[in-house]
Design a binder for this molecule. Structure first.
Ligand SMILES: Cc1cc2nc3c(=O)[nH]c(=O)nc-3n(C[C@H](O)[C@H](O)[C@H](O)COP(=O)(O)OP(=O)(O)OC[C@H]3O[C@@H](n4cnc5c(N)ncnc54)[C@H](O)[C@@H]3O)c2cc1C
Ligand code: FES
Length: 256
């Protein structure tokens, strides 16, 4: 699949909560096709201490306005710099990178389990899946209510369930404490993206019930296209670069 280095113009930087921003980025030309689960590698502007690009999943794509949106959770210097960019600034992106999710088919019953910045590719998947909202359940886990980004605008594409560690929204506890986790056999496809422990729990449940399951890994990356080998993951097919052979993997291919 073709990938390019391209300058995008920031058209909006929206603070979703104290630690997470949505960056709307407009391309100067038509967007290349982007699949749910694929990512972009962003050059961090004006911060000489952060010279490696940083990978971010694509959260939204609007082909009509040639723009895409990233969800940026502030973790370190690179993401903090990105969270401060202003409308009108330019960002250099390498995109589209990696292999996306296997898209659900008509009639599928889908559970997507996400936490942290892992909600970004799952919401993109839910919007593109074109399934009735009661056939695609999104179970999102967070520490507290404020960590859950506003998903109201997506309720026409999926049905949402929440857990919070402090009980401020949805079921108190981890995603594995939610009733949906005890009813995995009602689904035929499970997707997960978020903290490693959350993805491993979803994968273990899927393996136990023999359900198709894909996870999107967030290994540390540098080049983003299979050259530097800093993102390798042991798999049943040997060590694979998460950036070029993933980030989405079928759990049967992982050695978890
Ligand atoms: C394929 C892919 C998709 C991603 N999608 C998103 C997204 O949609 N939204 C988003 O906010 N983030 C996403 N991330 C994570 C994002 O790339 C990192 O948060 C970012 O690179 C951190 O850069 P930084 O300079 O802010 O932090 P750094 O200063 O580089 O790191 C700060 C701390 O965080 C740790 N860290 C850095 N990257 C990661 C990581 N990937 N996993 C675990 N710990 C890490 C470092 O070891 C260090 O302790 C994605 C990562 C990958 C690989
Ligand atoms: S990030 Fe360089 S090979 Fe994956």
């Amino acid at each position: 699949m073709q990938k390019v280095v391209a300058d995008f113009t920031v058209t909006a930087n929206i603070a979703l909560n104290s630690g997470c921003h949505a960056l709307v980025l407009q391309s100067s030309g038509e967007l290349l096709p982007i699949l749910p689960g694929q990512f972009v590698n962003v050059e961090i502007p004006g911060n000489k201490e952060v010279f490696l690009r940083r990978p971010f999943s694509v959260y939204e794509v609007d082909d009509a306005s040639c723009s895409l949106t990233l969800l940026v959770k502030i973790l370190g210097r690179g993401s903090a710099t990105l969270a401060r960019v202003a409308a009108g600034e330019k960002l250099s992106l390498v995109y589209p990178l990696g292999k996306g999710f296997t898209m659900p088919a008509p009639g599928d019953r889908v559970l997507a389990v996400g936490g942290g910045s892992g909600v970004a590719p799952l919401l993109f998947l839910a919007r593109r899946a074109a399934l009735p909202p009661d056939s695609i359940h999104l179970l999102l886990g967070a520490k507290t209510e404020a960590d859950h980004i506003d998903v109201q605008k997506y309720t026409d594409c999926a049905t949402f369930y929440f857990t919070t560690e402090d009980g401020s929204q949805g079921v108190k506890g981890m995603v594995t404490d939610h009733l949906l986790f005890g009813k995995l056999s009602r689904y035929n496809k499970i997707y997960a993206c978020g903290p490693l422990a959350m993805m491993k729990a979803a994968a273990a449940g899927a393996v136990e019930k023999g359900i198709f399951c894909e996870v999107s890994l967030e290994n540390l990356m540098a080049c983003g296209f299979g050259v530097c080998l800093c993102c390798v993951e042991p798999t049943v097919k040997g060590n694979l670069c998460v950036c070029s052979e993933g980030p989405v993997f079928n759990i049967n291919d992982l050695t978890w």
